[in-house]
Write a protein that binds this ligand. Structure first.
Ligand code: GRG
Length: 302
């Protein structure tokens, strides 16, 4: 997948997301503004893209159902909430993200928290509202996808990884072990990517075995993605990334690069990505787009 093709897909996904953004009422302008600001501040839209790509591998029809679009918007809302909260003074205290002021830097700390809270709740509202309009026969798939999203975003997924990460940061004499770092990568980063591939497949009617293969594929992709993130924090271009580099070093954060060194880290990105691509051969349908996406991410510069 070249950058131009990716940008075109991102634009289409932006249209989907924008259609579902919350609308202002009489007394909620500020919170709705803060929520929408955070979502519209940019971003690669990787999770909705992965979801959409997985859907088309298993769907009989090229038409995308509304429930898929709602899940795509919802996962971006959840991802954005996690970024709003991660940037807060009590967490990373970052002022820039995606080339723009972070939500708390623009709206104040309280609204940084509230915008994240609002987005998390709104994500599940979007899906539940969509489910109310579904035919009874589709509901089992929707509920399955709903559970996957809740679990992967929660304490056994992203929140769990962030919690161990924060705990280790706050415990000065804690000596981060490699297994702990792997747990953090598997949960904080991979979990939402796993949810993305799995939900696309679930909504399209994939089998349990296929869904489980995709979970593994996304898990490995997430590892590669996070290690590449660590590398970019060291060698990336601030203009392209949209936030300051060397933040891990500044915060004394242990990363794959600090454990293994830059060269080994680059090798690991390639190995995890290629493992993910190979695993896709177990899916009995064409998975070229998924493979192209994983390969593209391997060399990403933002
Ligand atoms: C606060 C519950 C909670 C979780 C925060 C997302 C997160 C967990 C922390 C942000 C820092 C970080 C390195 C997370 C790992 C995942 C990651 C690389 C997020 C950035 O995702 P991209 O690159 O962001 O897809 P864009 O801006 O392109 O959407």
């Amino acid at each position: 997948m070249d950058k131009q093709a990716l940008l075109k897909k991102t634009e289409q996904i932006n249209t989907v997301i924008e259609a579902f953004l919350p609308k202002e009422g009489e007394y909620d302008q500020l919170i709705v503004n803060a929520m929408n600001y955070s979502v519209l501040a940019g971003g690669k839209r990787l999770r909705p893209l992965m979801m959409q790509t997985a859907f088309h591998v298993f769907a009989n029809d090229t038409k995308e159902p509304e429930i898929l679009h709602r899940f795509m918007a919802a996962i971006e809302c959840i991802h954005t909430y996690s970024l709003c909260h991660d940037d807060l003074p009590s967490m990373d205290n970052d002022m820039y993200r995606r080339g723009n002021l972070t939500t708390h830097a623009k709206y104040g700390e309280a609204f940084g928290i509230l915008a994240g809270d609002g987005l998390l709740n709104y994500a599940f509202e979007l899906i539940a509202e969509g489910m109310l309009q579904e035919e009874a026969a589709a509901l089992a798939k929707d509920v399955h996808a709903f559970c996957v999203l809740a679990e992967k975003a929660g304490y056994r997924g992203m929140v769990g990884g962030q919690s161990l990460d924060v705990f280790l940061d706050q415990t000065q004499d804690a000596d981060t072990k490699q297994e702990q770092l792997e747990y953090i990568y598997r949960t904080k980063t991979s979990a939402l990517l796993e949810a993305s591939f799995m939900i696309g497949a679930i909504l399209a009617g994939a089998s349990e075995q296929e869904i489980s293969i995709l979970e593994d594929v996304a898990g490995k992709t997430g590892f590669a993605f996070q290690i590449q993130d660590d590398i970019l924090d060291l060698t990336g271009d601030e203009e392209v990334i949209g936030k300051p580099i060397h933040s891990d070093e500044k915060n004394g954060k242990k990363t794959f690069v600090s454990f293994a060194g830059l060269e080994q880290a680059k090798k690991a990105v390639e190995e995890y990505s290629m493992d993910a691509v190979r695993l896709l051969d177990e899916i009995p349908y064409p998975t070229d787009e998924m493979k192209e996406l994983i390969t593209y991410l391997m060399d990403r510069d933002n």
